[in-house]
Design a protein around this ligand. Structure first.
Ligand SMILES: [Zn+2]
Ligand SMILES: [Zn+2]
Length: 259
């Protein structure tokens, strides 16, 4: 598999995953113009995306999911609860993501299997995903209010881990957000801090792991060096200085990563 993170942050999240002959889009939260630019930049032509997978209904993950799926003739997979949402229902072909069970995404002969698990966030349900193809696996865990053990069990043992590192608690507390928004971000329905990311990373870093991509960094309340340092320290404590750590960006795609 090959992964390209097109964008990540509060203004839109989206990644491409090539798995055998299937092309998946994981979340589609960019606005139409930015999405089109990044697909052209990634040499993705019309009608070439097979599946659009949406983790939850917040617009920074779902904004253009229906439009992309319709343009590409892709099957849109989303939690059953949001299949009729405005941004989603523009896709003529939609399917509910089963939760908990190991399933195939598309025909079994394509060999792309996945497992979705619920994470705490103030948009229920929000799903974390483990996707596997050809003996390689990737996990995506973002928009998660607190580092619970259960999602970690469902997502472990992957080559690549996409993991939210939204904020540094001190920067958030001292920053310009109104108190109500600070409380939301810090609460169990909010987002993972760098310290909470480290707790999840400790649980998820198995022997196969070679790359960690940190997602959804807040432009106001985090810095890439702080997030990356928190991840590197944890990996060092685990004796895994060989694992690469990359921070996804809002305004430009990352280089393609071989899973
Ligand atoms: Zn989000
Ligand atoms: Zn969200």
């Amino acid at each position: 598999m090959r992964l390209r993170v097109l964008a990540s942050g509060s203004r839109g999240n989206s990644s491409l995953l090539w798995a055998g002959d299937q092309l998946l889009m994981l979340d589609a939260g960019l606005a139409v113009t930015a999405m089109t630019e990044r697909l052209v930049d990634s040499r993705v032509g019309l009608k070439s995306i097979d599946h659009v997978v949406v983790t939850h209904g917040h617009l920074d993950h779902s904004r253009t999911a229906g439009i992309v799926a319709k343009r590409h003739g892709a099957l849109l997979h989303a939690p059953a609860e949001i299949l009729e949402h405005r941004a989603i229902k523009r896709a003529p072909n939609r399917q509910a993501l089963p939760i908990g069970a190991e399933c195939y995404l598309g025909p079994p002969e394509c060999g792309v299997s996945f497992r979705a698990t619920i994470v705490p966030h103030d948009c229920h349900p929000t799903l974390a995903l483990r996707i596997e193809h050809g003996g390689r696996a990737l996990a995506l865990l973002t928009d998660c209010g607190e580092p619970r053990e259960e999602p970690a069990r469902a997502l472990s043992d992957t080559e690549v881990l996409l993991l939210e590192a939204n904020h540094d608690v001190d920067l958030l507390r001292a920053g310009p957000y109104p108190q109500s928004l600070k409380d939301r971000v810090l609460g169990p329905g909010g987002h993972l801090s760098n310290d909470q990311m480290a707790v999840m990373l400790r649980r998820l870093a198995g022997p196969r792991l070679h790359t960690v991509v940190l997602l959804h960094l807040s432009a106001q309340n985090n810095r890439p060096d702080l997030a990356a340092e928190a991840a590197r320290q944890t990996l060092e404590q685990l004796g895994r200085t060989d694992v690469r750590v990359v921070c996804a960006e809002q305004d430009r795609p990352l280089e393609t990563i071989d899973v």
